[in-house]
Design a protein around this ligand. Structure first.
Ligand SMILES: Nc1ncnc2c1ncn2[C@@H]1O[C@H](COP(=O)(O)OP(=O)(O)OP(=O)(O)O)[C@@H](O)[C@H]1O
Ligand SMILES: [Mg+2]
Length: 263
């Protein structure tokens, strides 16, 4: 199994859109995939046709319910866990219950592995430090979508600082990839060069182009593959999905790995 979170402090960089399309790309290739909506706004759940589901991650983190009670089957090989109506309470009570919530997240990954999932992918809200603290000890990788503009690059340096504080050599792998890329814009090429210099091989080669079809498809409850399967942006997401499979380390025995991280 591979587990990862799409994170970036900055809003609107394509975290939710990438989570949605990556989950469908893997499910289409017969990988069992669980997409988890950690944003109380629930945009990922809405894209998957589940607006305002009452129970979800809020309930899972607060109680001892099993994953099967909160996951929703969306299609062949694909499941969603919505945020639930009280996920913002977790942020408020994070300081007091951090250890419990982290232990529950660990349990979720164990349950996902035991139920035969191949991918677990978290969509994160922007600007929430508690989410980073929750995920860093548990997921195998952090994927950071970046739009090619100066403000985004500036925001990225703040995020990297926070990750450097939280993360150590036992923590998740970190990868960056470009979204909403417009090849003809000079700023896009410059941003790509800067990211290459800074991140080297941790900048993924796949880039997601800016495309109206990508923005439109969730409105129809469809991934880019269902909405416009031959669109070049669909190929971009397929490339990204394939590159993630080849780059991310398999968590073959998650429980043991996690125990190792705790010592
Ligand atoms: N490749 C793309 N081409 C065109 N529009 C895109 C692309 N990717 C995302 N968008 C659009 O950009 C907007 C922001 O995308 P998205 O909601 O995925 O970002 P986000 O990082 O999850 O935002 P937030 O931080 O608010 O949760 C949406 O309207 C989405 O449809
Ligand atoms: Mg989002």
């Amino acid at each position: 199994m591979r587990s990862m979170a799409l994170i970036n402090h900055k809003g609107g960089v394509g975290k939710t859109t990438a989570t949605f399309n990556l989950a469908w790309a893997w499910a289409d290739k017969n990988y069992k995939t669980m997409a988890i909506d950690l944003d109380p706004q629930g945009a990922l759940s809405a894209s998957m046709g589940h607006v305002n589901a009452e129970h979800g991650m809020d309930w899972y983190l607060k109680t001892d319910v099993p994953v099967r009670d909160i996951r929703i089957n969306i299609g062949k090989n694909i499941w969603l866990i919505p945020p639930g109506s009280l996920l913002s309470d977790i942020k408020v009570s994070w300081g007091a219950h951090q250890a419990r919530y982290s232990q529950r997240l660990h349990q979720l990954i164990v349950e996902a592995q035991e139920s035969g999932m191949d991918f677990v992918v978290f969509d994160c809200p922007p600007a929430d430090l508690w989410v980073i603290e929750l995920l860093v000890g548990t997921v195998g990788a952090l994927l950071i979508p970046v739009t090619p503009d100066y403000l985004a690059l500036q925001g990225l340096s703040m995020l990297m600082k926070k990750l450097a504080e939280e993360n150590d050599e036992k923590g998740p792998e970190v990868y960056v990839f470009l979204t909403r890329y417009q090849a003809r814009k000079r700023i896009a090429q410059e941003a790509e060069q800067m990211l290459k210099q800074h991140f080297g091989s941790h900048l993924l080669e796949a880039k997601i182009r800016e495309a109206v079809a990508v923005a439109e498809s969730p409105g129809f409850g469809q991934s880019i593959f269902q909405y416009a399967s031959r669109h070049p942006a669909a190929m971009d997401y397929l490339d990204l999905a394939g590159e993630i499979i080849s780059r991310l380390t398999l968590q073959s025995n998650y429980s043991a790995t996690y125990a190792g991280k705790q010592t």
